[in-house]
Design a protein around this ligand. Structure first.
Ligand SMILES: C[S@@+](CC[C@H](N)C(=O)[O-])C[C@H]1O[C@@H](n2cnc3c(N)ncnc32)[C@H](O)[C@@H]1O
Length: 218
């Protein structure tokens, strides 16, 4: 946790944030699951799409590149990752709205029911259980009724993946990550007001399997 004990930085400790993009590319087969998340999202012109816990902005930038006519908003509580995201977006020549804030307050920051789609990637596994639920509820409130709400994260770990996931558990803490590993996320999504919860894809990676969940705001 940071000094304010509000959030866990991208790689667990603030001094490692600069290495985040490199670590994620090596440790998660990033291109495959990010492309699958983008395909599942299928962004359209004119849509408002919000990325909760956007980190260094890789997914938000990919969305804006794929669909320049969409409004893309990235929210993250860590000013250090947002500074990296802003610089990357500038280099990529895309315009994204970056907002400093916690995911569980996303609807108060952007507006209730204004999003046509809400996504979050690799955030929930590193949050305490109550925070996971509060973020999911905020995503449901932020989305207009029936809108797409998508999560990419470490889900239920099976076989070898369970073993490899120990690396993530060592960095991000056993309890908060174990919740994901035992497959409890989909139930929490439903309890948070999301419907049509489906595990659409699952990718084996060197650090455990990453699932793409599609849901709808109720
Ligand atoms: C592992 S990084 C994932 C970043 C990005 N979504 C990606 O796909 O690369 C987790 C991010 O979640 C953010 N985070 C941690 N706690 C959060 C919270 N309560 N609400 C929103 N974001 C949070 C961190 O600051 C960090 O940038």
């Amino acid at each position: 946790m940071t000094q304010q004990a509000q959030y866990v930085p991208a790689l667990g400790r603030p001094e490692l944030t600069g290495a985040y993009d490199l670590v994620v590319s090596l440790a998660t087969r990033e291109r495959r699951w990010r492309a699958a998340l983008l395909a599942a999202l299928a962004p359209r012109d004119g849509e408002t799409i919000v990325d909760i816990g956007c980190g260094t902005g890789s997914q938000a930038i990919a969305i804006k590149r794929a669909r320049p006519g969409a409004r893309v908003v990235g929210i993250d509580p860590d000013p250090a990752v947002l500074a990296i995201a802003e610089a990357k977006a500038e280099r990529a020549g895309v315009s994204i709205e970056w907002i400093l804030g916690l995911g569980d307050r996303a609807d108060t920051l952007v507006g209730r029911g204004v999003a046509d789609a809400v996504i979050s990637s690799l955030v929930l596994h590193q949050c305490d259980e109550p925070v996971k639920g509060e973020i999911l509820k905020a995503m449901a409130r932020l989305a207009r009724p029936g809108a797409r709400v998508l999560i990419a994260d470490y889900g239920r770990q099976r076989g070898l993946m369970r073993l490899l996931f120990r690396m993530v558990q060592a960095v991000d803490g056993f309890e908060r990550t174990e919740f994901n590993a035992i497959g409890a996320l989909p139930g929490l999504m439903r309890a948070s007001g999301l419907t049509a919860v489906t595990e659409r894809d699952r990718f084996a990676t060197p650090t455990g399997s990453i699932s793409i969940y599609t849901t709808r705001a109720g």
